[in-house]
Design a protein around this ligand. Structure first.
Ligand SMILES: Cc1ncc(COP(=O)(O)O)c(C=O)c1O
Length: 355
C-alpha cells in the first residue's frame, strides 16, 4: 500500500533524521534542577528569537496556555477569550478546572480577530458583583478561523487596551511562525507588546514533543512553579529539547513551502465543481472547504461517512486522510510530511467527493 497522505493536522509530523540524531547525542541533566544543558540552550535560543527575557519548555501547547493563564490570572478573575479559540474549545476547560478562572467568550471574526469595541465593552468595571478582568488571550494563527494570521497593528491595539486596564495579554502562538511567514515579518514583531506567548515545536516545526512559553524573568519564574504543580517538570528533557533546537534552527524556513502547497490546494479546490473554498482568507497552512449547498456527496463519500456524526471525524479516500470538522465542512493542513506530489494527488482524489 502506498504511504498515506495525512492532511488531518500538522501535529502528525514525524521528527526528521537530523532530529533523531540530535536526540541520540543530546547532552542531558536534571531539568527540574535546571541542569539540562540542552533544555537550557533551547530555552535561551527560543527567548532570543521571540525577543523576550526568558523561556520555559513545557510538554504541550495546552499546558503552555494553561501555565501562562494561571500565572496571569488570579482565581475568580475573568479572562477574555475568542469563542472559536483553542483555549476555549479544545483545552478541556483547564483554565476553569485548575485555575478557577472565569472565561468571557467574545465573537471571533472570520480573520481570527475579536473586535476592539467588543473587547473594550467586555472589560468589567469595578463593582463587587463582577469578577475582575485580568487578561485576554489571542490566537495567532487562528486555527478555527482558516489559520488566519493576526498582524502587529491589531496586536498592538489589543495590548494597549489590555495594559491601559491593568490586564495581561497572552498569545496562543501554537503556529506563530506560520503567522510570521505568512506576513513576511520577524516573529518578534508579533509579540512585542504581549506579556507572554506559547508556541509549539511539535506542529509545523516537526519536533515530536514540546512547546515553549516566553515572557519576562518574573513571569517565567512563576511559570516554572506552576509547571511543576501541573506535573510538567521533566527530568532529562534534553531528549525533547534536542529536537526542538533543530526545529528552531532548520525548520522555520520550510514553512513557506507548506504555505505554497496550501495555495495550490486552494486554487485546485476552487476549480472542483461542487466544492467551495474561501480563496481570499486562506493565508497559512490550514484550509477549510465546504460542499456547496444543494450538491450531493458522492456514493463513495456517503459510504465512508455513514453513521458518523461526532465531529470532527476522519475521512480516508484511498491514500488521502483528512477531517470533516462539521457537516459538509472539511479541513486540510499542510506540513513537512506533505510534498508537491501529495498535493497533486489530493486534488485528484477530492474530485471524487461530489456526485
Ligand atoms: C491554536 C492551538 N493552540 C494550542 C494547541 C495545543 O497544542 P497541543 O496539542 O500541543 O496541546 C493547538 C493544537 O492543535 C492549537 O491548534
Amino acid at each position: 500500500m502506498s504511504k498515506m497522505i495525512d492532511l488531518r493536522s500538522d501535529t502528525v509530523t514525524l521528527p526528521t533524521d537530523e532530529m533523531r540524531e540530535a536526540i541520540a547525542n543530546a547532552e542531558l541533566g536534571d531539568d527540574v534542577f535546571q541542569e539540562d544543558p540542552t533544555v537550557n540552550k533551547l530555552e535561551a535560543e527560543a527567548s532570543k528569537i521571540m525577543g523576550k527575557e526568558a523561556g520555559l519548555l513545557v510538554p504541550s501547547g495546552t499546558m503552555g496556555n494553561l501555565v501562562s493563564v494561571l500565572v496571569h490570572c488570579e482565581r475568580g478573575t475573568e479572562i477574555i477569550v475568542g469563542d472559536k479559540s483553542h483555549t476555549f474549545y479544545y483545552e478541556a476547560g483547564g483554565i476553569s478546572a485548575f485555575g478557577g478562572i472565569h472565561s468571557r467568550q467574545l465573537t471571533n471574526q472570520l480573520d481570527g480577530t475579536i473586535k476592539l469595541s467588543d473587547i473594550k465593552s467586555a472589560i468589567r468595571v469595578d463593582n463587587i458583583h463582577f469578577p475582575r478582568t485580568s487578561a485576554i488571550t489571542l490566537e495567532n494563527t487562528h486555527n478555527l478561523c482558516n489559520g488566519s494570521p493576526l498582524g502587529p497593528k491589531y496586536l498592538g491595539e489589543v495590548a494597549k487596551i489590555a495594559h491601559d486596564n491593568e490586564m495581561q495579554l497572552h498569545i496562543d502562538g501554537a503556529r506563530i511562525f506560520n503567522a510570521a511567514v505568512a506576513q513576511g515579518l520577524d516573529v518578534k514583531d508579533l509579540i512585542t507588546d504581549a506579556d507572554s506567548v506559547t508556541f509549539c515545536l511539535s506542529k509545523g516545526l516537526s519536533a515530536p514533543v514540546g512547546s515553549i512559553i516566553c515572557g519576562n524573568e518574573e513571569f517565567i519564574y512563576n511559570a516554572r512553579r506552576i509547571r511543576k504543580a501541573l506535573g510538567g517538570g521533566m527530568r532529562q528533557a534534553g531528549i525533547i529539547a534536542a529536537a526542538g533546537i533543530v526545529s528552531l534552527e532548520k525548520m522555520i524556513d520550510h514553512i513557506r513551502e507548506d504555505h505554497n502547497n496550501t495555495q495550490i490546494l486552494v486554487e485546485g479546490i476552487s476549480k472542483i465543481e461542487g466544492l467551495v473554498v474561501d480563496k481570499k482568507n486562506i493565508k497559512s497552512n490550514i484550509l477549510y472547504f465546504d460542499i456547496e449547498k444543494g450538491r450531493e456527496r458522492s456514493l463513495e463519500l456517503v459510504i465512508q461517512t455513514a453513521n458518523k456524526d461526532l465531529y470532527p471525524f476522519d475521512i480516508i479516500l484511498d491514500d488521502i486522510h483528512f477531517l470533516e470538522t462539521s457537516p459538509n465542512r472539511f479541513r486540510l493542513v499542510t506540513h513537512y510530511g506533505i510534498k508537491h506530489e501529495g498535493v497533486e494527488r489530493t486534488l485528484m482524489v477530492l474530485e471524487r467527493m461530489i456526485d
